[in-house]
Design a protein around this ligand. Sequence first.
Ligand code: UP5
Ligand code: MG
Length: 196
Amino acid sequence: ITKMLPEVVFVLGAPGAGKGTQCSLISKEFGFVHLSAGDLLREERQRPGSEYGEMIEEKIRNGEIVPVEVTCSLIHKAIQNSGQTRFLIDGFPRNKDNLEGWERVMSDKTKLLFVLFFECSRDICTERCLKRGAAGSGRSDDNMESLKKRFNTYINDTMPIINYYDKQGLVRRINAEVAPEEVFKDVKNLYNNLPK
Ligand code: UP5
Ligand code: MG
């Protein structure tokens, strides 16, 4: 008997590219459960009694990547607790440690459908995050200093992961520089044309 594995889509793109915004839209229209690795880490940071709170906050403020054991176990728990079968994993895997940790623990428990990659220039992304910070996002990394670090990490550590999946033909690129509704048109197109 073959067991149906949970299906996952990794959602990647620069800080502020619109991953979260598009994931909420996809989740509403196509019923995938949206799991943002960043949101899971921010929740864990706030959880009373968490032994990782301070470490997570320091990593986030410095735009560095939290060790995969922490992130992967939060994602794994969220998948199990949802009782659902299809997931958008937003903002993960972001570096080699993330990728190797996922492959060690999760790759035989899930089926990776594809990697959704939101392409957006650094200037536009930076402007979006600064605007969100100025509007009171409360995110400790929506400031110029953290954004520089987030971008360094994105270029040095996350782009190689996107290239790794691209070589396997798994990357679906979307132009994320236009208005959210316009971006979502392309996303819908992609979802409606998935091989059945
Ligand atoms: N906006 C969105 N789309 C727009 C559009 N088309 N036109 C104009 N404006 C648009 O959007 C960002 C802002 O832009 C919002 O104000 C939105 O309204 C507007 P959002 O949808 O939030 O973009 P997103 O790509 O999700 O941006 P986010 O800031 O969440 O990206 P990051 O990848 O930086 O943040 P994340 O939460 O994933 O990670 C934060 C930190 O957590 C990391 O730096 C790292 O330290 C840590 N982390 C890990 O260590 N491991 C992980 O696996 C994940 C995170
Ligand atoms: Mg996000």
